[in-house]
Design a protein around this ligand. Structure first.
Ligand SMILES: Nc1nc2c(ncn2[C@@H]2O[C@H](COP(=O)(O)OP(=O)(O)OP(=O)(O)O)[C@@H](O)[C@H]2O)c(=O)[nH]1
Ligand SMILES: [Mg+2]
Length: 322
């Protein structure tokens, strides 16, 4: 299941009300059917039905919650580090294990109270046991309240996560805003990422797919920034983590026209790529707008492969595939 498909986690009160109202409905359909036996036995049957219904409703809900959230230990580094930008993994584990603990408690209460109700000797005793059971269930849900709230917030954060295929050979297109990363992504991957002539057009990590030498390639459109990690916005953080944990090759997009950012800044961002220790290819965008691209380029004294057309770029990427 993808991060954006995790179903909503409702409040503890919502689940409690739902379980109790279902139980009442089940019991009333039992009442309207002809039940044999004396009043005490009839009442016992009704309460046992309610007990079972409450346990089943809540167990189903709790199991679904546990099943639909990703298992932390099976996450790739990218998602593990991404999650850490939003919430504490310790709190997340604790919330899920509390819900799991809730399932065992439900089973314990059910066993305990249904046994006692079966042995009850009077209507009054049945009623007291019923009230006590309801009290236990209510306080169980009260204890789970904060954990359910936490999981709902975590779910909302996770909904914004990009769905990256962390096992595919991946090429990150990196560079300052407005240099032409999304344009290049669309050209290479045949995708339709939004393009416009102002910075910060891309508000989410765009992905596209292509094949080079029969190898399926994932292309990632990753905006860059010279800020420290803590100061990056959400998408820049995602981009940074994708460069670090997903990309096999980085294509740095240089806009020699300096339409939005001076070459000095673009060069500084380019140099910051050293920390990732990955193969880098420079792609020159917008060379159609200038006629002195070679002069401008020579001033940069770049020590990596530089290309300005798609075929050469594909060739450079293919050389890095395994
Ligand atoms: N003439 C020309 N224009 C280009 C080229 N590449 C991109 N552009 C234009 O430059 C502008 C920015 O392009 P985008 O692809 O949106 O740039 P980006 O790097 O994705 O920008 P952000 O998403 O804001 O980071 C758009 O107006 C594009 O049409 C190119 O090779 N030649
Ligand atoms: Mg873009």
């Amino acid at each position: 299941m993808g991060f954006n498909e995790i179903p909503k986690v409702e409040t503890a009160k919502f689940y409690l009300d739902l379980a109790f109202s279902r139980a009442t409905k089940e019991a009333s359909s039992l009442r309207s059917s002809k039940m044999k036996g004396d009043r005490l036995n009839i009442q016992k049957n009704i309460e046992l039905t309610k007990l079972k219904s409450i346990k089943s409703s809540l167990k189903e809900v709790f199991n679904r919650i546990i099943k639909t959230f990703p298992s932390i230990d099976q996450l790739d580094d990218f998602y593990m580090h991404l999650i850490k930008c939003y919430f504490s993994i310790g709190d997340f584990r604790k919330a899920l294990s509390s819900v799991n603990w809730g399932i065992t408690k439900l089973a314990d209460f059910h066993k305990d109270y249904s046994y006692k109700i079966k042995l009850a000797k009077s209507l009054d005793e049945v009623n007291k046991l019923k009230s006590s059971y309801y009290g236990r269930i209510s306080s169980l849900l009260k204890r789970l309240k904060v954990h359910l709230e936490f999981l709902e917030l975590a779910r909302r954060d996770m909904r914004s996560f990009p769905t990256i295929k962390t096992k595919l050979f991946s090429v990150a297109l990196f560079g300052f805003p407005n240099v032409g990363k999304s344009t290049l992504l669309n050209k290479l991957g045949g995708s339709k990422a939004k393009i416009s002539n102002y910075a910060f057009t891309t508000k989410q990590l765009n992905m596209a797919y292509t094949s080079i030498d029969e190898e399926k390639i994932q292309l990632l459109d990753t905006p860059g920034s010279l800020n420290r990690f803590e100061k990056l916005n959400d998408i820049e953080k995602q981009a940074y983590l994708a460069l670090k944990y997903v990309a096999h090759v980085i294509v740095y997009v240089f806009d020699l026209t300096e339409a939005s950012y001076p070459l000095k800044d673009q060069l500084k961002l380019f140099n910051s790529l050293k920390e990732f220790d990955k193969p880098v290819v420079v792609y020159l965008s917008k060379t159609d707008l200038i006629d002195d691209a070679d002069d401008r380029l020579s001033k940069l004294k770049l020590s990596v492969k530089v290309v300005s057309d798609l075929d050469s770029l594909r060739k450079e990427i293919s050389e890095e595939i395994y």
